[in-house]
Ligand binder design. Structure first.
Ligand SMILES: *[C@@H]1O[C@H](CO)[C@@H](O)[C@H](O)[C@H]1NC(C)=O
Ligand SMILES: *[C@@H]1O[C@H](CO)[C@@H](O)[C@H](O)[C@H]1NC(C)=O
Ligand SMILES: *[C@@H]1O[C@H](CO)[C@@H](O)[C@H](O)[C@H]1NC(C)=O
Ligand SMILES: *[C@@H]1O[C@H](CO)[C@@H](O)[C@H](O)[C@H]1NC(C)=O
Ligand SMILES: *[C@@H]1O[C@H](CO)[C@@H](O)[C@H](O)[C@H]1NC(C)=O
Ligand SMILES: *[C@@H]1O[C@H](CO)[C@@H](O)[C@H](O)[C@H]1NC(C)=O
Ligand SMILES: *[C@@H]1O[C@H](CO)[C@@H](O)[C@H](O)[C@H]1NC(C)=O
Ligand SMILES: *[C@@H]1O[C@H](CO)[C@@H](O)[C@H](O)[C@H]1NC(C)=O
Length: 292
């Protein structure tokens, strides 16, 4: 007798559990919709448009714990429904069985339930709205000393939060750079994210390279780092010294020629003003000859 009773209770329990889990099983079937911040999106309540005799339909957002749903907007054949704070942001089309939502905010992201009542049956559709906002083109700064470069990348007004990806070109061994700092902040009003990352590149261990960063598809310009510190500095020092020496030599020679010409002129006692321009020309020619 007890055994039978026990089995009965067990069966009843299972049955109750199954019934409780039904709505959750149903809610697994979710239509995905993606909207951009500031843009508009259409929430499809059903694909089944052949069903006539619509009595009402409405869209609500479930509360965080499954109850206290929030009414968004709807349509009733007999009543006027008040969408309250969604008055100016939503429009229900009872013929298409859709709800349009515009001026999308990050806070609109989440699950929506659409309830439709026909004369003979009712339906529920679940829609997940995900919100995106394109990050701005990242700004890169480079600050180098003789051993390393500190490179920063920042981008703002994006949604959802995204990581900054660094792309060294050519690819750089991970042991040659490290992330110094990375952070993100949320604007309390717009709820959009600003992200920031700084890395330190070891310049003594490789050739110069180009770096760019990427935030959710927004790509920065390429910046050359470890330059000229590591691009064989000897070459630059040498060429600078040579250039300086040549310039000095040229200057000295020019001075010498001017001096000599002046001397010759005074000896000739030239009274023609045009003649004065000639010495300079000759000096230029001399220098050009020296260069080649
Ligand atoms: C909707 O727009 C009207 C007219 O612009 C305005 O008077 C009303 O306050 C707005 N309602 C909401 C909830 O923003
Ligand atoms: C939609 O947003 C949720 C979090 O709100 C996230 O877990 C999910 O991966 C997103 N889906 C897509 C396709 O972006
Ligand atoms: C955001 O980026 C996507 C893909 O890059 C693009 O199709 C879309 O037009 C952009 N939106 C805005 C508002 O710029
Ligand atoms: C880097 O430069 C500073 C001064 O400019 C010098 O004191 C330091 O020794 C240099 N370090 C290396 C590794 O060359
Ligand atoms: C990266 O550097 C480490 C240590 O310097 C080295 O063991 C490793 O082989 C390097 N990897 C590549 C792909 O060069
Ligand atoms: C990391 O960067 C943020 C934003 O620029 C700054 O507030 C913070 O002090 C930095 N932290 C460190 C350890 O440098
Ligand atoms: C930079 O790389 C050189 C050579 O690979 C190494 O000796 C040095 O310790 C590295 N410096 C830092 C700060 O990692
Ligand atoms: C790095 O950038 C410079 C200038 O934009 C370019 O001339 C050079 O080819 C680039 N190097 C690589 C490895 O892409």
């Amino acid at each position: 007798m007890d055994v039978v009773y026990g089995m009965y209770v067990q069966w009843l329990l299972r049955c109750v559990l199954f019934l409780i889990s039904l709505p959750f099983l149903q809610s697994k079937d979710v239509t995905m919709v993606i909207g951009e911040v500031g843009g508009a999106v259409t929430i499809p309540c059903t694909s089944d448009l052949f069903e006539n005799h619509l009595v009402f339909m409405y869209v609500q957002r479930p509360g965080s714990n499954g109850n206290n749903p929030r009414f968004i907007n709807g349509y009733h054949t007999k009543k006027r429904l008040d969408p309250k704070e969604y008055t100016n942001r939503t429009h229900v089309d009872p013929r298409q069985r859709t709800m349009k939502l515009w001026s999308i905010l990050p806070s609109d992201e989440g699950l929506y339930e659409c309830h439709i009542q026909y004369q003979t049956k009712k339906k529920q559709e679940n829609i997940q709205l995900n919100v995106t906002a394109n990050y701005s083109i990242p700004i890169v700064t480079v600050a180098c000393d003789n051993v390393s470069c500190l490179v920063t990348c920042s981008s703002d007004s994006g949604y959802p939060r995204r990581d900054i990806e660094w792309s060294p070109n050519p690819p750089l061994n991970q042991s040659h750079w490290r992330v110094v700092n990375s952070s993100d902040v949320t604007d309390p009003v717009s709820m959009l994210f600003s992200v920031y990352s700084s890395i330190s590149v070891n310049c003594s261990s490789g050739p110069r390279l180009n770096l760019s960063c990427n935030v959710g598809g927004a790509l920065s310009q390429e910046h050359t780092v470890c330059w000229p510190q590591t691009g064989s500095p000897d070459v630059y020092v040498t060429s600078a010294v040579v250039a300086g020496a040549v310039a000095l030599l040229c200057f000295l020679l020019a001075g010498l020629f001017v001096f000599k010409e002046r001397k010759a002129q005074t000896a000739r006692v030239d009274q023609d003003g045009e003649e004065a321009a000639r010495p300079a020309e000759r000096v230029q020619l001399t220098c050009r000859n020296l260069d080649s």
